[in-house]
Ligand binder design. Structure first.
Ligand code: ADP
Length: 479
């Protein structure tokens, strides 16, 4: 299957017929080829988004909202097909993939409504013959660079608020997972969005990124991905002073206090660690368990994990799919090896299954629990992005808060306690943008998603998520 890019309302191939393959991470099979688009054509996509901007931004918010509402319906009508594409190119179990489509559609619906709620102010002046008017206007052309772990929802979480605000966009999906993005564009086209309002390019990430960065007309980059690339975009955006929204890595602590509800905590730990095979930026990565209940927690956790079924995400009742690639497999293996060499104990799992020959798929890792984890281990310091659950013991609240905050990351944190005042006090003390208080799955369309510290800039979701696509203009009126 040969796929195309979408520029100025037309499906186009790379001028030089350069392509790259997309693999099924379960099997290593090639699913299709997508264009490795030339730099000139990326500039054409920017031309197209710039040309479409004046008319799109001048539409009433209600009209922009109607386009999004149509798109929302089309996504829901195609949710099974989109879910299957996600499973094929990304690997997650089909039920999770369809869940991602519905979650992603939720952003389109939310911002179809939020467009109408963009507000300004009329303020009293210090002068009787003046008035102060404050209005919000779209920032301009937006480049949306997205990751492979949520290949659908990370696009809608960015482009729906951008389009609602009146911006035009160029999407650069992750190279591993462009197919569901291309399907989304087909639906956008069917929804009747004017030409140039949404464009999609695939190819060399670095080259496309540089083209966006160099071009003054791209007024904003919205990015989800690694902290390293996020920092590069932050630095390089200075030259043209682009607006930036960054959703970067995480290293989430999960704290179970001695008064926590054990069964809920075990279910929350499994949900937050093993969804998408641990390849989630808000996945719990350091499990701090009160020493008095450590043994019981490990027993119940291991029992729960033994019920999880791993395999090709299209098969029935699968809970964990493959890892995205061999690099992910190597990172997990090396973190486990390092931890065991420094005294960690494998409570369950600990083994992987890689293909007979190094290839482009077929890398699986068993859900693994490590106990006796200590700060000198790599797994304690680095984001894992895999199904490994490291356990650390603690004895008192101040000690665990200090350990939980001792990282440069600040995306998500979780805690389990039945004490209201402890729950509130610890939630407030955690230096994280998202806190799951007795909740292992906090992502939600209406809530602000984003991190403190090196986990990023700005928030996505809810009414918070449209602000980063708006400029504030002050008009001083003399009477
Ligand atoms: P991951 O390690 O999860 O793949 P990346 O940060 O490498 O995270 O990728 C996230 C997104 O950023 C993907 O769409 C990827 O293609 C893109 N990307 C990678 N490197 C660059 C770069 N130098 N400039 C712009 N985008 C990039």
């Amino acid at each position: 299957m040969e796929y195309k890019n979408f520029i100025n309302g037309k499906w186009v191939d790379d001028h030089h017929q350069n392509h790259f393959p997309v693999y099924n991470p379960s099997t290593g099979e090639i699913l299709g080829n997508v264009p490795k688009i030339s730099k000139e054509q990326v500039s054409e996509a920017i031309d197209s988004a710039s040309a479409a901007f004046p008319a799109w931004s001048k539409l009433t918010a209600e009209k922009r909202g109607k386009y999004l509402k149509r798109l929302y319906q089309l996504i829901l009508n195609h949710k099974n097909e989109l879910g299957e594409l996600i499973t094929l190119e990304q690997g997650k179990p089909l039920k999770e993939a369809i869940g991602e489509v519905v979650y992603g559609a939720g952003f389109v619906e939310w911002y179809s409504e939020e467009a109408k709620r963009i507000r300004g102010d009329m303020l009293p002046s210090s002068h009787t013959d003046k008035r102060i008017m404050v209005i919000k206007q779209p920032v301009g052309v937006v480049a949306a660079i997205t990751p492979w772990n949520f290949p659908f929802a990370m696009i809608t979480r960015k482009i729906a608020p951008a389009l609602a605000a009146g911006c035009t966009v160029i999407i650069k999906p992750a190279s591993q997972t462009p197919l569901c993005a291309i399907k989304l564009i087909e639906l956008l086209d069917e929804a009747g969005f004017p030409k140039g309002v949404v464009n999609l390019v695939t190819g060399d990430s670095k080259e496309i990124g540089e083209t966006f960065l160099e071009d003054f007309r791209v007024r904003k980059i919205t990015f989800t991905g690694s902290t390293a690339v996020g920092k590069h975009l932050y630095k390089s955006s200075a030259a043209t002073m682009k607006r930036l929204s960054l959703e970067l890595g995480g290293h989430a602590p999960f704290i179970l206090f001695d008064d926590g509800n054990m069964n809920n905590a075990v279910a929350g730990a499994i949900a937050s660690k093993f969804r998408n095979c641990g390849q989630v930026c808000i996945a719990s990565n350091r499990f701090y368990i009160h020493s008095s209940i450590r043994t019981e927690f490990i027993e119940k956790l291991v029992t729960g994990i033994q019920l999880l079924k791993q395999g090709d995400g299209l098969e029935k009742d699968i809970d964990l799919g493959p890892l995205i690639d061999g690099k992910a497999y190597e990172k997990i293996s090396s973190q486990i090896k390092d931890a065991v060499s420094k005294g960690a104990v494998i409570e369950c799992g600990g083994k992987g299954k890689s293909p007979d020959h190094p290839g482009n798929g077929g890398y699986f890792y068993e859900p693994t629990v490590l106990s006796n984890v200590t700060p000198d281990m790599k797994i304690y310091q680095e984001e894992t992005f895999g199904p490994v659950l490291p356990i650390i013991e603690f004895k008192n609240d101040n000690e665990v808060i200090e350990m939980a905050n001792a990282t440069t990351y600040g995306l998500a944190a979780y805690l389990y306690t039945e004490s209201l005042s402890r729950g509130i006090q610890v939630s407030e003390a955690l230096e994280y943008g998202i806190v799951g208080l007795n909740d292992g799955a906090p992502s939600s369309v209406q809530a602000p998603f984003g991190g403190f510290k090196e986990s990023g800039l700005d928030r996505e979701g809810g009414h918070y998520g449209i602000e980063p696509f708006l400029e504030t203009k002050y008009i001083s009126i003399g009477l």
